[in-house]
Design a binder for this molecule. Structure first.
Ligand code: KG4
Ligand code: ZN
Length: 344
């Protein structure tokens, strides 16, 4: 079965064609970063309009790259939520119209389930059950995964998501949007000894996370530097370094705790922040010697993409799931509302 995947939940148009026998045939991504950069964040209306412009040409490109045509598509999967409602509606409307025109089924996919399953597209996919660390711009969650749709929420951020904290810190340091990769780059030239930021929530029992205090800590440190000598490039790098280390150490501690609590030896990380080099390296270096296998998606499948939607959709479509006449998009959609397909 060949499934076309359409991702339009935020500021990236992602399209992919996944074949349940031969794997990923082709994928393409268009990032709207340039559209939103001057506003310092995503402008929902501009995002919807840009998805309208880009989705069809990208579908044509993916089909051409895969040397297929529209009649080779057996089903269409699209992101149905959570995300920006206008942006979601563009992808959903297009996907469902295309499916109707081709006489094939369509299926709305949960964006975070897409992220969660992206590491399955790697050469050495993890086996169930495992603990998943989902860290994106809108979510930070630790989830026990027993199988497709069998998710137990173990802990989550009580305030800012990890990616959101990176983005807000970037703003405080006058770095461009989206901030995560810029903070990470700058942190490489920072002095790790100069500022030591707190590791939030690690002394609290349990698996919840909190990142908004770190943002406040960043703000206070920026103000201190401004008052002393003005904010220099080295100050910015030292702050980025302290911030990144605090986030990474906190996530490592919480992942270790989650694995211990659940008695599991496999950790899967996914979502935009899982592209963070220090996080990838620290989890592998610190948990590896403890007998934990750490899996993450390839870099280009960490952030939003069409392949993860095509893949998650393919699994559920293969189990017989289809959109009903009442299919709709959802800005908010807790992942724990998902269930396993009836025929697995
Ligand atoms: O999963 P994603 O592409 O979109 C959402 O579903 O939110 O995640 C985007 C988030 C942004 O907050 C971005 O700053 C962050 O992932 N991010 C990073 C890195 N690359 C992307 N954060 C830290 N380090 C990175 N290398
Ligand atoms: Zn995402």
């Amino acid at each position: 079965m060949r499934v076309l995947g359409i991702e339009t939940s935020c500021d990236e148009t992602g399209i992919a064609l996944y074949d349940t026998q031969h794997g990923l045939l082709a994928d393409a991504l268009y990032s709207q970063v340039a559209v939103h950069a001057e506003y310092g964040g995503v402008v929902p209306e501009l995002a919807s309009r840009d998805h309208i412009r880009k989705t069809l040409p990208l579908i044509d490109k993916v089909l051409a790259d895969a040397q297929c045509n529209k009649s080779d598509i057996d089903a269409v999967a699209y992101t149905a939520g959570p995300g920006l409602v206008g942006a979601l509606m563009v992808g959903a409307t297009l996907a469902r119209s295309l499916a109707k025109g081709l006489g094939v089924p369509s299926l709305g996919v949960h964006h975070m389930e897409g992220h969660l399953l992206a590491p399955m597209l790697a050469d050495d996919p993890p086996a169930y059950p495992f603990v998943a660390l989902l860290v994106s711009g809108g979510h930070s969650q630790l989830v026990r995964v027993n199988g497709l749709g069998m998710y137990t929420l173990l802990g989550e951020s009580l305030d800012d998501a990890a990616g959101e904290a990176f983005d807000k810190t970037a703003k405080l340091l006058n770095l461009p949007y989206p901030g995560g990769p810029h903070v990470a780059k700058l942190a490489e030239s920072g002095d790790p000894e100069r500022f030591i930021f707190p590791r939030p929530m690690v002394k609290h029992p349990g698996l919840d996370l909190s990142f908004s205090g770190l943002k406040t800590h960043t703000l206070t440190t920026v103000r201190q530097c401004v008052a002393e000598t003005g904010l220099t490039e080295q100050d910015k790098a030292d702050i980025a370094c302290a911030f990144e280390r605090a986030v990474v150490d906190t996530l490592v501690i919480k992942c270790r705790r989650a694995l211990k609590q659940e008695g599991l030896k496999t950790l899967v990380m996914a979502g935009g922040v899982s592209a963070n080099k220090r996080l990838r390296e620290s989890l592998a270096a610190k948990l590896g010697p403890e007998g934990i296998a750490v899996h993450y998606p390839s870099l280009r499948l960490c952030t939003d993409n069409g392949a993860m939607i095509a893949y998650a959709g393919a699994l559920r479509l293969a189990a017989g799931e289809r959109d009903g006449a009442d299919a709709e998009v959802r800005a908010r959609w807790p992942m724990t509302e998902l269930s396993a397909p009836e025929v697995a």
